[in-house]
Design a protein around this ligand. Structure first.
Ligand code: CO
Ligand code: ZN
Length: 334
């Protein structure tokens, strides 16, 4: 994994529905390494590399550009903002944190007019009792302005911490694939999708347009290697990417699951299997596009998903990259 490129992706601005900043960053990183790219009507970036294989297949690999964020719903006469989540942000995480509205920074405060209210609001925190205290000229913001967690990535040994790992780590893996694979055997289509955290609209129209033989979403999943983690999940950091068998929104196509296992095993790449009792990915939209596309997901185990400090192990991302490299370089029998 190229850390400079990963850092650029993690620090780009791309809340769901406002992915232009991230898209521009990705275009700059890949444009000299692909056979073509385009931006579709909903804002997806689709980039491709033509395969030279005799029995080549069309492979869609997807990562979502967007990250969870907030949108301004009201600006009061003193310039304090009220907000609504865009994607899965829980209000408890916001109190005292910093938000970044594309360069304009604010701090999240909570109404606490008396002791009782303070205690009650702490217990029952909702977007109704939170506000944003903007630290600079608020006149550039209005109802409809989008924001993200304001936090810089940090790298400690093999771990990376950032609020944007979901799913810039997936974008980084696909960027490395496009930059590092010269001529694939299969036709490789990288779909950098919009609005996964909100509606999956990007994955739905992207898969329709590309019309692939198979599709794989590269995204994050939960990790159970922390105190009192979810009892019924198995994924951990540092043991390789997780081949998703199922989550609450889709069951991966068994043939694609077997294909990914086979590629990993033949190339001696460590992997895990994933069953997630909650959540979903772009694969949900891929599998119902057109007449149904055989789909699965390859996941990077991540701690504290959807908080300002998501944590991944870079070794898992590197191993996911190896699996996908092998997949696009080999004949696929599906
Ligand atoms: Co997410
Ligand atoms: Zn994601």
């Amino acid at each position: 994994m190229n850390l400079e490129r990963l850092k650029m992706l993690l620090t780009s601005f791309g809340p769901s529905g406002r992915e232009e900043g991230t898209r521009k960053t990705i275009i700059d990183l890949i444009k000299d390494h692909v056979d073509g790219y385009k931006v579709d009507k909903v804002g997806n970036l689709i980039a491709w590399k033509n395969g030279n294989g005799k029995n080549k297949k069309k492979v869609l690999l997807g990562a979502h550009m967007d990250q969870i964020g907030v949108v301004v719903t009201h600006v009061d006469e003193k310039g304090f903002l009220r907000i609504e989540p865009v994607g899965g942000i829980i209000p408890q995480i916001l109190y005292g944190s910093r938000l970044n509205f594309n360069g304009i920074v604010g701090v999240v405060g909570m109404e606490e007019e008396d002791g009782e209210t303070f205690k009650k609001n702490l217990r029952e925190m909702t977007f109704d009792n939170l506000y944003v205290d903007v630290l600079q000229d608020v006149s550039k913001l209005s109802v409809g302005s989008f924001g993200i967690y304001d936090s810089y990535p940090i790298f400690k040994e093999d771990l990376v911490v950032s609020p944007a790992l979901d799913d810039r780590i997936g974008c980084a893996i696909l960027v490395e694939l496009l930059v590092n694979v010269d001529t694939p055997y299969n036709d490789l289509y990288a779909l950098f999708s919009v609005q996964e955290e909100h509606s999956l609209v990007g994955a739905a129209v992207g898969a329709f347009e590309i019309d692939p033989d198979l599709a794989i979403a590269v995204d994050v999943t939960d990790s159970a290697d922390v105190p009192k983690a979810h009892k019924r999940i198995s994924m951990v950091l540092g043991k390789g990417p997780a081949i998703k068998v199922m989550d609450s929104m889709s069951v991966s196509n068994p043939k694609v699951v077997e294909l990914l296992k086979d590629v990993a095993e033949r190339n001696k790449i460590e992997y895990q299997l994933e069953v997630l009792p909650f959540g979903g990915t772009d694969a949900y939209a891929f599998e119902r596009a057109r007449k149904g596309i055989p789909s699965a997901a390859l996941s990077i185990p991540t701690r504290y998903i959807h908080t300002p400090s998501e944590v991944c192990d870079l070794n898992d991302a590197d191993k996911a990259l190896e699996v996908l490299k092998s997949l696009v370089k080999e004949e696929i029998d599906l």
